[in-house]
Design a protein around this ligand. Structure first.
Ligand code: ATP
Ligand code: MG
Length: 615
């Protein structure tokens, strides 16, 4: 038998064939405001930027000058059979000019590289700093992948915009302008022919580029579908075989592979059609110039010399080269616009609230916590908490119990002021937290989370994080005392490098229970007046469980504690239990009292009796 859910999961590969509706746009039209903002990023490096403008001007002049010099040599000394020495001198002049051009190119590349890197570094730093100050609500509604692509891909698009697009395009445009002026000066009629072809070439190029970019993007997307489906199938092979889905899965995979091949074909087709078209177009220009120019040379009035014609052919090549380059640049410029828009979008997003101006700093708390008629809805608008009220006196322990999705973690987030209540108030020692500085809440209200997060770094680094709210770092004595009190000194000392042992991202080198103890030690070091704890549901072996309970009791002692409890052993040790259902407090009292009463609590305990945790 196969459940509906399993079949949906197995067909994930096909479901993903449809485009993610909120996928980021990869291109955006050129926008004056965005461009001037990107230019603004270069302001701190204005000396370098101004030099770059000079270099760009030189580069735009040099190519036409070079072509002119070569043509003038052919047209002058060579065509007129002048002395060998004048030809040698002319050749040397061309060589010297070329050397100057290469030096200029070196500086053009070096300066753009430096400015591009500097700008992207500043931008990444700014985004990162800004992200640190964003409210929890931002992180709840923004996917991690999105945030990472803001810092990686989007900032990089801006870097490419500065490094590759902006200045290279300026050189290209400048080169076209100076070449056009030269052509106009030599032969306005021939120039008119060239000029008329430019829009055709540009149009073809644009069409070609956009088709090709689209095709390559589709190839990339279909390829990532193939790889992710493959990874998923391998990871879920037991489920697949268990449900005899192997054949069906192979069929789905084969469909993906075929569609991938289709996308590849499409790209090759686009290339195969447009490339000859482009070449044909250039050939048409050349033919037109030969026809009109040749006629002018051989005409009875001899309107132009052969040298002029050769020079014109050179100049035509020079005029059209940037058109092709600019076509590619234009695409990258659009990608840079899209990246810049998203990066600036993040930077412009104000923290949902910052401390009000009259915010006060709380004195050392007694630890009274009051929740008055709190109603709360996340951005989605659905009310998650309905008129919740309770009062915790200093040093009292309160546990929240309830089915999944009932709103327990939401209450914790409100207590830590990650969100503000939609209606009602939350008071600490009688002071509405709305008017209190974030810092003084953070220093006295600590939160220990379900995921018990350890950063990549040493055990010591992870414990020192708690010293952020104090002026000085903890001493080793303080650290060891905390570890001892949490019964994990032996554990840390048993690690290969003791306190300086690296624990991987999410603390992967330690077991779940060990991580939890270290997180407890971190909370103990912070020494908060109010402790908020989202207890882990994950099963931990009985030995560790006993140890964790002992440590937990020590961590909780002498503080106001608010716990989302999943372990019966924790619940039995609290002063009051609040039972939450659908965002309302449906029962309250001690464990002993509540198990006697018929109701949700009794049902929960009965259902899970024999287990150490209530899911
Ligand atoms: P669990 O025991 O599974 O941890 P919980 O009691 O902690 O559940 P909450 O996380 O508080 O439940 O969620 C309460 C309700 O609020 C749920 O219906 C959930 O879908 C919704 N909710 C939670 N977080 C958000 C969010 N960031 N945005 C919108 N709705 C949310
Ligand atoms: Mg929760």
């Amino acid at each position: 038998m196969q459940s509906k859910g399993t079949s949906a999961a197995l067909e994930g590969g096909l479901v993903r064939l449809q485009r993610d509706p909120d996928q980021d746009a990869s291109h955006r039209s050129l926008d004056r405001v965005l461009i001037s903002r990107i230019l603004g990023l270069m302001r701190p490096y204005r000396v370098k930027r101004n030099w770059l403008f000079v270099v760009v001007l030189l580069r735009s002049l040099q190519q036409p000058a070079f072509v002119w010099a070569v043509a003038a040599t052919i047209n002058g000394p060579i065509a007129q059979h002048q002395s060998t020495s004048s030809i040698v001198w002319a050749a040397l002049g061309v060589l010297a000019l070329s050397a100057v051009m290469q030096i200029t190119l070196h500086f053009r590349q070096r300066l753009t590289l430096e400015i591009g890197e500097a700008v992207v570094n500043d931008l990444r730093r700014a985004v990162f700093t800004h992200l640190q100050s964003m409210p929890m609500s931002f992180y709840h509604k923004t996917k991690v992948g999105r945030i990472i692509s803001r810092i990686n891909g989007d900032c990089d698009a801006v870097r490419i915009g500065v490094q590759d697009v902006l200045f290279v395009s300026m050189v290209g445009l400048g080169q076209m302008l100076f070449t056009a002026l030269l052509m106009l000066w030599f032969d306005p009629v021939l120039f008119a022919i060239v000029f008329a072809m430019a829009p055709v070439l540009w149009g073809l190029n644009r069409l070609f580029q956009s088709r090709l970019t689209q095709a390559y993007r589709e190839i990339q997307e279909s390829f990532s579908r193939v790889t992710s489906t493959l990874a998923e199938s391998v990871a879920g092979i037991r489920v697949t075989q268990g449900f005899s889905r192997s054949e069906k899965n192979a069929e789905l995979f084969s469909e993906l592979v075929v569609s991938h091949a289709d996308y590849n074909m499409k790209a090759t087709w686009a290339w195969g059609i447009f490339n000859p078209l482009l070449e044909l177009n250039s050939a048409a220009v050349t033919a037109a110039i030969i026809a009109v120019g040749g006629w002018r040379v051989v005409s009875p009035d001899s309107l132009a010399s052969i040298g002029d014609l050769i020079q014109f052919m050179f100049l035509t090549g020079l005029f059209f080269t940037p058109v092709q380059i600019l076509g590619t640049q234009y695409n990258q410029a659009l990608a840079a616009m899209a990246g810049a828009e998203r990066v600036f979008g993040i930077l412009d997003q104000k923290p949902q609230w910052s401390d009000i101006e009259s915010a006060v700093s709380l004195p050392r708390l007694q630890g009274r916590l009051t929740v008055e008629n709190v109603t709360f809805a996340y951005d989605s608008g659905t009310v998650v908490l309905h008129d919740v009220s309770f009062d915790v006196s200093p040093g009292q322990r309160v546990a929240l119990v309830g089915p999944t999705g009932s709103g327990k973690s939401t209450i914790l987030s409100l207590l830590a002021r990650f969100y503000l209540p939609t209606h009602g108030r939350i008071l600490l020692d009688g002071v509405d937290t709305r008017g209190v500085t974030s810092e003084s809440i953070a220093s006295q209200v600590a939160m220990v989370l379900q995921q018990n997060y350890l950063f990549t770094g040493t055990v010591r680094d992870n414990l020192q994080i708690a010293s952020g709210i104090y002026s000085a770092p903890f001493t080793d004595e303080q650290i060891y005392a905390a570890l001892e009190s949490m019964e994990c000194r032996d554990l840390v000392e048993g690690l290969p490098h003791g306190l300086d042992t690296k624990v991987g991202g999410r603390g992967s080198k330690l077991s779940l229970g060990q991580r939890q103890l270290i997180c407890f030690a971190r909370a103990l070091l912070a020494n908060p007046r109010v402790l908020i704890l989202d207890e882990a549901t994950s099963a931990i072996d009985t030995m560790t469980e006993v140890r964790i309970q002992r440590s937990l009791q020590r961590l909780l002692s002498g503080r106001t504690c608010f716990i989302v409890a999943h372990r019966l052993s924790t619940i039995k040790n609290v002063d009051e239990v609040l039972v939450i259902d659908h965002g309302k407090i449906v029962q309250r009292g001690t464990h002993e009292k509540l198990v006697q009463q018929p109701g949700m609590y009794q049902a929960l305990v009965k259902r899970y009796s024999g287990m150490s945790t209530i899911p």
